[in-house]
Write a protein of this length. Structure first.
Length: 200
């Protein structure tokens, strides 16, 4: 009797062990299927877009074409026929600017009636590119251009004078030598930096 019980116990253990092995094998197959399914999903997502046109541009080798109403750098516009700037130093842009980043001083024009800007500076470190100066200008003398590379290492490089604002084109920013920033503006910044005290 005890031999029969021992045999039945051993048989039950073997069956239980086989069932556990089958369960582990089923788990292994489930894991293999999950991996295969996730691989197919990834290939499906990639395959969906492989024949569509690319969206990513490889900057700086490729560049975005800017839309007509893009708000990037501001520039002064020149009259193509006479070669003079359209600005009459009326100061509308200075009055409407919420950031106080535009500075204009006029002088008497030689070739036409009225004034021309002797000093026209924009501090792009303060500008919020709201476009109010563009909208309010009665002569359309200031507008946005498509140039968008605005990064620099020095804050003074963001202070642009009349020559730099006239020379900017839609595909490049002027070279540093053409940006002769007024020392008055630079001194203004230096004073602000010196006066600032770190709170304790």
């Amino acid at each position: 009797m005890s031999k029969e019980l021992d045999i039945k116990k051993k048989q039950a253990e073997i069956v239980q062990r086989d069932l556990l092995g089958l369960k582990e094998t089923a788990n292994d197959f489930a894991q293999i299927w999950d991996g295969f399914k996730s691989c197919l999903t990834g290939l499906w997502v990639s395959g969906k877009y492989i024949f569509k046109p690319t969206v990513t541009l490889h900057y700086p080798d490729q560049r975005w074409v800017m839309y007509k109403n893009t708000r990037n750098w501001l520039k002064l516009v020149m009259n193509e026929e006479t070669g003079e700037e359209l600005c009459t130093a009326c100061g509308s842009c200075v009055r409407v600017c919420p950031c106080s980043c535009i500075r204009v001083a006029g002088k008497k024009a030689q070739k036409r009636k009225g004034l021309v800007p002797d000093i026209f500076e924009i501090d792009f470190s303060l500008c919020c590119f709201c476009g109010l100066c563009v909208e309010v200008c009665p002569f359309n003398a200031i507008k946005f251009c498509a140039a968008y590379e605005m990064s620099c290492y020095d804050r003074n490089e963001l202070l642009w004078n009349k020559e730099a604002l006239l020379n900017i084109t839609d595909d490049f920013t002027p070279i540093k030598e053409s940006k002769k920033v007024s020392t008055l503006y630079i001194n203004k910044w230096e004073n602000q930096i010196k006066e600032y005290k770190i709170p304790e």
